[in-house]
Ligand binder design. Structure first.
Ligand SMILES: [Fe+2]
Length: 288
């Protein structure tokens, strides 16, 4: 009996060590890559190689370990509230002006070699910006890199430098007339391994009307609600099950997709498509 008990303990200890080695992140309850590996997704395969190269190239990158990195390693997200004069308000002003313009030309995607929806989805609850000036993208890049906590957390998770792969902005419309169909139901994003998203929401949010909910998919229990005034959230949208209910009032939203980098530093794409380069080793050229 005793021998059996100790062997079971040894097996459990062995399995726990394997788990720690291959999955150091406690929030990895779901990993889309296993599913995609079986489907032989060439693009995701290339991203594994790209990540390996980025890690190797950035081997001596300075990354600090602190209470935020410890929290992120366990939970997969970081959140704070924007201060009054921070740069994202300039993006929100641009969003407000742009979506009010008449005769806007809807453009899916500005780049070649970029994964995107072939037809613009007829989402009735969101009004998107289709083109974002490069100067704003560069300012956003500086805003993230100068925020020591954000910059360090991204580098800590990627174990490499990074770049803004995509910037989107939209107004999520409230459903006060109860006629809209396209609510953002809870889901996992399907992006290449170790993609991070930064979400910024304009307005005040409470637990009952949060900007975003992070949910345990198995139990359907709420893990965390994004609340407070003008919240900014960094999270792994591949591994955290997340959703957003119709807002009480129209909600302006900014979504920034970040990807590990070997050498690229400049932002890549600003507009409707939320995607990534199909082949990360290939250049994306401007086509629209
Ligand atoms: Fe999502």
């Amino acid at each position: 009996m005793e021998f059996g008990f100790f062997s079971n303990m040894k097996i459990k200890f062995f399995l726990r060590n394997i788990e720690k080695k291959f999955s150091p992140y406690k929030f990895y309850s779901f990993n889309p890559y296993f599913r995609y590996l079986f489907k032989v997704n060439l693009s995701f395969g290339l991203y594994f190689l790209y990540l390996f190269c980025a890690n190797f190239y950035n081997f001596f990158l300075l990354i600090k370990k602190n209470r935020l990195t410890f929290f992120f390693q366990k939970n997969g997200f970081y959140k704070r509230n924007l201060k009054n004069n921070e740069f994202p308000f300039k993006l929100l002003e641009y969003l407000n002006a742009d979506i009010e313009k008449k005769d806007r030309i809807p453009i899916n995607c500005h780049l070649s070699n970029f994964q995107h929806q072939k037809n613009i989805a007829l989402v009735d609850s969101q009004k998107h910006v289709y083109s974002i000036p490069n100067a704003l993208m560069m300012e956003l890049d500086q805003f993230i890199r100068k925020d020591n906590d954000l910059d360090n957390l991204i580098k800590f998770y990627f174990k490499s430098n990074y770049f803004i792969c995509n910037l989107r902005m939209w107004r999520y419309l409230s459903d006060d007339k109860k006629k809209l169909k396209s609510e953002v139901k809870a889901h996992y994003d399907i992006f290449p391994h170790k993609t991070l998203k930064i979400m910024i929401y304009k307005g005040f949010f409470s637990i009952n009307h949060a900007a975003l909910d992070i949910i345990d998919q198995k139990t359907n229990k709420l893990i965390y609600s994004i609340k407070g005034k003008n919240p900014i959230l960094l999270f792994d949208s591949n591994h955290l099950y997340h959703g957003a209910k119709f807002p009480l009032e129209n909600r302006d939203t900014i979504e920034i997709t970040l990807i590990p980098s070997i050498k690229i530093k400049h932002p890549l794409h600003g507009g409707f498509a939320s995607g990534y380069p199909v082949n990360p080793f290939k250049e994306c050229k401007k086509i629209y």
